[in-house]
Design a protein around this ligand. Structure first.
Ligand code: ARG
Length: 490
């Protein structure tokens, strides 16, 4: 069959699959369509390409086959298929899987999607028994099952990649538990913090992401098969059995909901969006910190690129790209929400549009997590630069106010005293710790010689030693607890 140029262009997304379509030239359409019975005219060539999903949903082939094998096994157990038919189907499907994995399978756009391509190939390979596989099943419950199986597997991989990144953060937090840098609010110097503490803040963000992914994986682990097109089926099927074969916690409770629900995809995309937002924030800090002006950290050369014109440049492309990719992941969440918002029950063809956003989200999230987990251990810190920065901007002003409170001054008055001292320092061009005791006592006679202990950076961080504080000893404790949680959760 020759394909009009516009049809080819429509489907050509650069992965070469259309090439495979074009090699399928000789079978007439009515021969191939599995639903051709009630049709008298062939499908318009452009409509055929427009409605097909095989170009992208062939990615679900392993799950489609896994689901079909479980379905056939259940049908045979219930006496709906014979044992011989089941054996032939399972063998045939496994051979098809081998062919697909070896790149030796001709995907046909005329057969629309992964499900009908595989079913047609099965019948071609084993004859009559292949035609019985679809008994008591519809593509509606089939596709809903395939996507869940696929996402469940991907989620497990994403979760372990996320844990690798979390472990990398714990290692760097431990290494830099005592390294002091300025902590910011409004990107203005606020108070000294430890780098380990900052890494542990990132860790906390990611730990919540991990539990969201886990939550999503658990909630989606119910099986649509058996819902058939929408209302269930007249065969004496055993859904519990099929569910157990496929590792689901049980069948979906309502057949209409089973075929139409895509909440799991939306939930995953929302969790992925939050996770990408976190990676983007982390990226933003790495970009700022690695600039010449900050110089807090140096990213390894293997995660940066140069400029074609400026010989001195070393650009933080990896964090920049992750920051950029965050937008497309948010976009996919919006696409999925919008996809579902007006659909009446039960299945509608709209749902075919769930796959590309979902696949792209998983691919980009997985890539971002992997590269981040590889990049973090290769970061080197520049403690001198961090320290020098922490010594600017009166990072210990709050410590002086707290000191005055300990000396009996109400906090509001202490705030006022320190404010005036800072203004004096600004004029003089020095830090609070550079003032003499006499100069300090000009602002309050409650100030004694021991004030200098709390004006140092080390004194400032060490004093914040409660749960969740930045003191090195507290950071080490937080790391210890986090390692344990990670261990228990893994
Ligand atoms: N390719 C379709 C999808 O991805 C499979 C289900 C089609 N069902 C149907 N009744 N047209 O959703």
């Amino acid at each position: 069959m020759t394909r009009p140029a516009d049809v080819c262009r429509f489907n050509n997304r650069g992965n070469g699959i259309i090439g495979a379509f074009e090699t399928q030239t000789d079978r007439s359409m009515s021969d191939k369509k599995l639903w051709a019975g009630r049709f008298t005219e062939p499908t318009d060539a452009f409509v055929e390409a427009f409605t097909a999903s095989v170009e992208f949903d062939q990615r679900l082939a392993p799950q489609d086959i896994q689901g079909s094998i479980a379905h056939a096994t259940m049908l045979a157990r219930q006496g709906i298929l014979s044992e011989d038919e089941r054996t032939a189907i399972v063998k045939g499907l496994n051979l098809i899987l081998d062919r697909i994995e070896n790149g030796d399978f001709d995907w046909s756009v005329e057969l629309e999607d992964v499900h009908m391509n595989i079913e047609a190939a099965l019948t071609e390979a084993i004859g009559e028994a292949g035609k019985k596989l679809h008994t008591g099943r519809s593509r509606n419950d089939q596709v809903a099952t395939d996507v869940r199986l696929w996402l469940r597997q991907e989620l497990q991989q994403l979760e372990s990649e996320l844990q690798r990144l979390q472990r990398a953060l714990l290692d760097i937090a431990e290494r830099e538990a005592e390294t002091i840098l300025p902590g910011f609010t409004h990107l203005q110097t606020a108070q000294p913090i430890t780098f380990g503490h900052h890494m542990m803040a990132w860790f906390e963000m990611l730990e919540r992401d991990g539990s969201r992914l886990q939550d999503c994986r658990q909630r989606m682990n119910r099986m649509p098969l058996g819902a058939a097109a929408l209302a269930g089926t007249t065969y004496p099927i055993d859904r519990e059995f099929t569910a157990s074969l496929l590792g689901f916690d049980g069948p979906c409770r309502n057949s209409l909901d089973a075929v139409s629900d895509r909440d799991f995809a939306i939930e995953f995309s929302a969790a992925a969006s939050i996770l990408m937002m976190h990676l983007s924030r982390m990226s933003e800090e790495l970009i700022i910190w690695s600039s010449a002006q900050f110089g807090f950290v140096t990213l390894s050369d293997s995660f940066c690129t140069g400029s074609s014109i400026m010989p001195q440049k070393k650009n933080p492309d990896v964090p920049e790209l992750i920051r950029g990719k965050t937008g497309r992941v948010y976009g996919h969440l919006m696409a999925l929400l919008t996809l579902m918002k007006s659909q009446p029950l039960a299945y509608n063809k709209d749902n075919q549009e769930d796959k590309e956003p979902l696949f792209d989200t998983v691919d980009n999230l997985r890539g971002s997590l992997k590269v981040f987990a590889d990049m973090i251990p290769a970061i080197s810190c520049n403690p001198e630069r961090m320290r020098a920065a922490a010594l600017q901007g009166f990072a210990t002003a709050t410590d002086l106010a707290d000191y005055l409170v300990r000396q009996g001054l109400p906090f509001r008055d202490a705030h006022e005293v320190v404010g005036r001292s800072v203004a004096y320092c600004v004029q003089k061009g020095c830090d609070l710790a550079d003032l003499s005791l006499d100069e300090l006592r000009e602002f309050s006679d409650r100030i004694e010689a021991d004030v200098f202990d709390c004006l140092t950076l080390e004194g400032s961080v060490a004093a914040r030693k409660h749960i969740g504080g930045t003191a090195p000893e507290q950071v080490r404790e937080a790391i210890r607890e986090a390692r344990q949680r990670l261990q228990e959760g893994a």
